[in-house]
Each structure stands twice: as C-alpha cells, then as structure tokens.
Design a protein around this ligand. Structure first.
Ligand code: ADP
Length: 489
C-alpha cells in the first residue's frame, strides 16, 4: 500500500462553527464519525440540535443584515477569492480528509472533487460584483426598475457522497449573491465542511456569514428546515427526505431547491464506438462505488450488441482495483456505511429473486470496511425493482432495446429525470433523443461530466427541482424587487 503518511490530514476538532466561534453543542453531545474503509472511528463531532441551529440561524441573520449585507460586492468577491487561494494551498490536505471521511479513492478526490470545489468558488467569486438589476421602461409616467437582492439566510443541507463539492455548489453562489449560510453536512461526512469553515474564517469571511452545524438529519437538518428565519433551503439528498423538506418548508413558505436521486439511462446504440461506450458505462456506474446521484445505473443496450457489451462490462468490472481509500491504485473504494452496504446487498438479492441474471460481483469483499464487488445484472426487465429504484451502490442493470423508440420509452420509464447518455454516431438521432429524454443533463458519447458553468439538476419527480451551478444558480439566491417611481408632476 502506498499511503502517503505525510499527507494524513489534521482532523478538525469537531466543534460547531456558529457566529465565527467554535462551540460545543448546547447539550454537550458528540457523535462518532467512521472511516468506511476500515469501520474504525475517525473523529468525534458535536451533535447540533434545535438550540444550536437556532443560534446559527440568528448569527447568519445578523451577518446578513450587518457585515456581509453592507459590504461592497467587490470586497465580497475578494474574500471569496482569498478562500480560493487557501483551498488551493490546502488542496492535498483536503483531498486526504475527504477521502478518509467519505471513502472515495484518493485519486478520484484529487482528480474530481477538489478541482471542482476550487473552480466553483473561483467562478462564483467572479459573479459577486457582476450581478445587476435592470430598468424596464414600462410607463412614460414612471421610472420602473428592478433590483436584484439576495434572498437572505440560506440553509444548505448536503449528502455524504460528494461532501465538500456539494457544499461548494451551494455555499459559493449563495455567498456571492450576498446571502449568509448555515451549512448542515451529512452526519456520515462532516469533516471537510468543518475545515471549509476554518479556511473561510482565515480568508476573512466575517463572523456568521458561514456557519457549519454537523448533526443528524432528523435533528439539525429538520431544525434548519422548520426555522422561520431561513429564507431558502438548498438540499441535495434522497427523494424521501426531499419530499419531507418541501412539505415542511411549506409551513413558513420557505423557498426550496431539491437535487434528489437518479436512475440514469446510459443508452448504447449498435453504431456506437463500443470500446469507449463500455469503458464509460463501467466508470459511469462504478465511480465512487455507484454512490452518485447521476450514476449510469441503467445500461440500455441495443439487442444486436447486448451479449458483446455484457461480456465487456464483466471483463472491466473484474479489472477494477478494489482497495483502501488511501491506496493510490484503488479504483473502487468502500460503500459509506454498514447500513448502506446492507441496503445495496438487499437489492442484489432482490435482483436475483426477480429473475435478473447476475453476471458479475454481488458479494461483500472480505476485508475490513464496507466493500461490495462491482456488480452487473444482465437480462433486466423494466418492471424489476432493480430497474426502477435507485440503489446507490456499484450495481449495474443491463437492459436491451429494439430501436430508437423503444430506447426512448425505456429511458423515460422511471420516476427519475436527472441525467441520461446516448452513444451513437448518428447526429440526427442525437438531437431527436436529446430533446425528448426526461433529464436535466444529456451526455452524448461521454458520461458523467459536470462543470461549474453548466446548470445541474433534475427535471422533476424523484430527481427534484431547481438548478445548482452555472448562472442559473444565481436565481436560487436572489430575488427581483420592482421599484416604481412616479414621474408625474
Ligand atoms: P442519503 O440517502 O444520501 O443519506 P439523505 O436524504 O438521508 O440522503 O441525507 C442527505 C442530507 O439530508 C444529510 O445531510 C442528512 O442529514 C439530511 N437529512 C436527512 N433527513 C433529514 C430531515 N428530515 N430534514 C432535514 N435534513 C435531513
């Protein structure tokens, strides 16, 4: 194993960041955070509940009405840029911290997560002083103009699969727009959010602008959602919790953005470059052990090439290096927790009992931590649960289709709408399908990319509503005010 001991990061001491100070939870409780690659404890973190969240929301309100709200936009941008520099300087430390906590192989965190986090803060730092209103000449007897104002206090609730990246996707645009934030990281992965809080203070972010309150969903998360002092809840997580959040937020008519689940179709036509399609299909489902909302969990293959694709997928899955998170050679790391592993294994059993053909994997890997072999099911039928439900693990369901119409029907046959991919050389087919696929993002002859500049989110249903990233995300954190000035004498 090539663990770079020198890079083992300092683990944040686990207190809550509220109003610029590091505090114990009001009731003094802590919870244990595990390393999923070993099952061993990694840290103890304060467990925020109602009182702590209320304190954080009050601090965020004060900062919104005070230091941050009254600061020149240019200066807000400068502070965010200082944070970018600090993130760059501490990038390798953050890579290790994130990998230890979330179980994602170092290589993947280094190649994807940290660059995306840095790029995200950099991009939105640039927006801070470029947001502007408008003049709308509605009437000759009035000057009518529009101000673009921050919504206020944002509650950001994020999951454990891309802890820092998901936090950045919400915190960066919210701060750039002049909002203040209470960030509730997932209870399984709170460490990088705490480190982000430390770096934000070091960058000069005024007290209370970013508050970090680790805790459990039904405690800290629920308290944030029901707090009337929160103006917007920006959530990424499961459809069930998303639904609950939307209902609960209705009580105070709090704005909500929901990035939820996926069961994304990766559609391979017979004229595709099969070598590339199979390689991307494999990484599309096995990246981060399938714990990705846009995982290509349904691989739709044209009948004529079905056997060839299944064979190649099986071969590839056998070649994936399963191993410790900190081993530079590891391609497939652990599942986040024992509970999640049990859930994924239960789906493997469901697939078998439903009559799908298990052609690769399916077993827990006998080593410490929570590993599952890369798993492939062939002969999957659209009515099976493994074809309809999000598994959130390294389990691919391969299904076959006859023609374009059939592929489209199958692709759109779930309650999800996050992403889809098409593999073909036929350019007219690309555009026909891209327009009709029920998805917030459609990849063509590639899989899985996101970029800070491009909006990301579901097209309704179990994939949620609203967009992170790009210019589109600025709308999440700003509102238009109409000013009508009477010009009549
Ligand atoms: P996952 O299945 O990815 O763990 P969850 O939706 O359970 O997805 O969790 C995503 C985030 O939502 C986590 O930070 C979690 O603590 C939080 N969460 C879970 N339940 C609730 C809830 N009832 N209210 C607010 N946040 C919640």
């Amino acid at each position: 194993m090539t663990v770079a001991q020198a890079e083992v990061p300092r683990i944040p001491d686990g207190r809550l960041l509220i109003g610029g100070r590091w505090l114990d939870a009001a009731d003094g409780e802590r919870f244990v955070v595990e390393n999923p690659a070993t099952g061993k404890p990694l840290a103890e973190v304060c467990r925020a509940r109602d009182k702590d969240v209320a304190k954080a929301v009050a601090a965020a309100r004060e900062a919104y009405e005070g230091a941050w709200g009254t600061m020149d936009a240019r200066d807000r941008g400068r502070i965010l840029r200082r944070l970018v520099t600090l993130l760059e300087n501490h990038s390798e430390e953050l890579v290790h911290l994130e990998s230890l906590d979330g179980g994602k192989p170092l290589k993947a965190t280094r190649r994807q997560d940290l660059p995306a986090v840095i790029d995200c803060f950099d991009y939105y730092a640039g927006w801070a002083d470029k947001l502007k209103g408008d003049v709308v000449p509605a009437r000759s007897d009035a000057l009518t103009y529009l101000l673009r104002e921050p919504v206020g206090v944002v509650g950001a609730i994020v999951p454990w699969n891309f802890p820092l990246m998901n936090a950045a996707w919400k915190v960066a645009p919210a701060l750039a727009c002049g909002c203040t934030v209470v960030l509730k990281p997932a209870e399984l992965t709170p460490l990088s959010a705490l480190r982000l809080g430390e770096l934000a203070l070091e960058a000069g972010l005024p007290d209370g602008v970013l508050n970090v309150v680790p805790g459990f969903g039904t405690e800290a998360g629920a308290a944030l959602v029901s707090n009337p002092g929160v103006d917007k809840i920006s959530f990424t997580g499961s459809p069930a919790v998303g639904r609950w959040i939307m209902k609960t937020a209705a009580e105070n008519v709090t704005r909500v953005g929901l990035e939820l689940g996926g069961k994304s179709p990766n559609i391979i036509f017979e004229d595709a470059d099969l070598k590339r399609a199979v390689a991307a299909a494999s990484s599309g489902i096995f990246f981060n052990a399938g714990q990705v909302c846009s995982a290509g969990s349904r691989i739709l293959v044209q009948e004529s090439i079905k056997d060839e694709v299944v064979e190649a997928l099986v071969e590839r899955s056998a070649s994936l290096a399963v191993g410790d998170t900190l081993d530079e050679k590891t391609m497939l790391g652990p599942i986040i927790s024992e509970k999640q592993l049990d859930k994924v294994q239960a789906y493997v059993a469901v697939g078998q009992s439903e009559g799908a053909k298990l052609v690769a994997g399916g077993n827990r890997v006998s080593r410490p931590g929570y590993y599952l072999e890369p798993t492939v099911f062939a002969n999957v039928d659209e009515h099976m649960r493994i074809a309809r439900e999000e598994i959130f693990g390294p389990v691919a369901a391969v299904m076959s289709f006859k023609d374009e119409q059939d592929a489209l029907r199958l692709a759109n046959s779930t309650t999800y709408s996050l992403a889809a991919a098409i593999w073909t050389k036929d350019v007219t087919r690309v555009h026909r399908l891209a327009a009709k696929l029920s998805a917030g993002t459609v990849w063509v002859n590639t899989y899985g990319h996101t970029d800070t500049r491009l909006p990301w989110g579901g097209s309704g249903g179990d994939s949620g509503i609203g967009r992170d990233l790009g210019e589109a995300a600025l709308a999440n954190y700003t509102e238009t005010k109409t000013i009508w000035v009477n010009l009549r004498q």
